[in-house]
Design a protein around this ligand. Structure first.
Ligand SMILES: NC(=O)c1ccc[n+]([C@@H]2O[C@H](COP(=O)([O-])OP(=O)(O)OC[C@H]3O[C@@H](n4cnc5c(N)ncnc54)[C@H](O)[C@@H]3O)[C@@H](O)[C@H]2O)c1
Ligand SMILES: N[C@H](C(=O)O)[C@H](O)COP(=O)(O)O
Length: 324
């Protein structure tokens, strides 16, 4: 199978050191889209760094050196101290890696964490994160963020918007499209042909019959009724505070939640070390670790590589399932 395309992410975050650890693990082969000089600057002797011309060359290189498709940084990258001058290169790594996937040179995209504000301030990055940027680059109409771990899968319907904007952003169309993309993605890439989908309410106690809000009964429930009539297996709108204990989780394959933290608090509580961020609804496969740039520990050699390694493994498994 083809190698993966791995982007280095924020060069001052923990992505570079996690990438060295992922290469040492010698899991699914990958080509790094990043800066060879940066990686050489702190790679130990047992991790040789080799600049390669393309992903195909990376396949032969990977067993004995970390292959890098080199797009050099303009400024030194100090761990934990981002430099806005490096924002454009960070974005260029993502663009080049997506092109490699679109050209069929790479099997899937795995992205190390970026810092959205650094990219916005340093390069006028106009997107809330990878999810929306990758949809823009690939022409995908409705990208869906899913966080998947051994104990839970979650999908936030609304993502990187202020909590105060959630009720206004939560439309029947968005909810319906998110559920459809989720069901399709689980069937195509994760072998769940008729996924059991639990849907959270927006309000406390799912609105308490209207006493604590109307979105649950007036917006969410009619969408679920419509999709159930098509044959989908859906439960909800459920009170979110009793959806995530072990017995509740045994009753579904994925939890669709109304906003970012309603989804990400339970998954990062249960599976922070090995959770994976998967973007559904794209024409390419994309995974990412479930964590961010972790400036507070960058360069200290204590960052846990397991989430990145899980993202690499999941990307390889999804590619194998899609193109056996
Ligand atoms: N996939 C992504 O690109 C992605 C994901 C999440 C957050 N972010 C971005 O990262 C930046 C920082 O976000 P944050 O502070 O909310 O979250 P964070 O995940 O960077 O850090 C939260 C805490 O978890 C710790 N942590 C994170 N990853 C770790 C690892 N692998 N091993 C050990 N400890 C780890 C950090 O040290 C920190 O104490 C923000 O700009 C955010 O948008 C990007
Ligand atoms: N909300 C995501 C998480 O906590 O993992 C994170 O910001 C990544 O978003 P993108 O994949 O859109 O960059």
């Amino acid at each position: 199978m083809l190698p993966l395309a791995l982007t280095l992410g924020d060069p001052s975050g923990i992505g570079p050191e996690l990438t060295l650890a992922a290469w040492r693990a010698q899991g699914h082969p990958f080509a790094v889209f990043g800066c060879a000089a940066l990686l050489r600057s702190f790679a130990p002797e047992d991790v040789p760094i080799a600049a390669v011309a393309n992903v195909a060359e990376a396949a032969a290189t990977f067993p004995h050196a970390l292959p890098v498709i080199d797009i050099p940084l303009p400024a030194p990258a100090l761990p934990g101290t981002p430099d806005l001058a490096n924002a454009a290169a960070t974005i260029a790594w993502i663009e080049a890696a997506v092109t490699a996937c679109q050209n069929g040179d790479a099997a899937a995209l795995v992205t190390n964490p970026i810092n959205k504000k650094v990219l916005k301030d340093g390069a006028a990055f106009a997107f809330p994160g990878h999810t929306e940027f990758l949809a823009h680059l690939t022409g995908a109409a409705r990208p869906v963020m899913m966080l998947a771990g051994p104990d839970l899968r979650v999908v936030p319907v609304t993502i990187h918007i202020p909590l105060s904007d959630v009720p206004r952003a939560l439309t029947a169309d968005l909810l319906e499209e998110t559920i459809r993309v989720t069901a399709t993605g689980l069937a195509r890439d994760l072998g769940l042909s008729s996924p059991r989908i639990a849907v959270a309410g927006l309000n406390p106690h799912a609105g308490e019959g209207g006493a604590m809000g109307h979105e649950d009964a007036m917006l969410i429930a009619p969408v679920l009724d419509r999709l159930r009539a098509e044959g989908m297996t859906l439960s909800g709108p459920l009170p979110a505070d009793t959806m995530f204990h072990a017995r509740a989780r045994a009753g579904y394959d994925v939890a669709v939640c109304m906003y970012h933290d309603q989804a990400l608090i339970p998954i990062k509580t249960l599976n922070f070390e090995d959770g994976v961020n998967v973007t559904l609804g794209l024409p390419i496969i994309r995974t990412s670790p479930d964590h961010g740039t972790a400036y507070d520990i960058a360069g200290k050699g204590i960052a846990d590589p397991r989430s990145l390694m899980a993202a690499i493994a999941m990307a390889g498994d999804m590619a194998q399932a899609r193109w056996p």
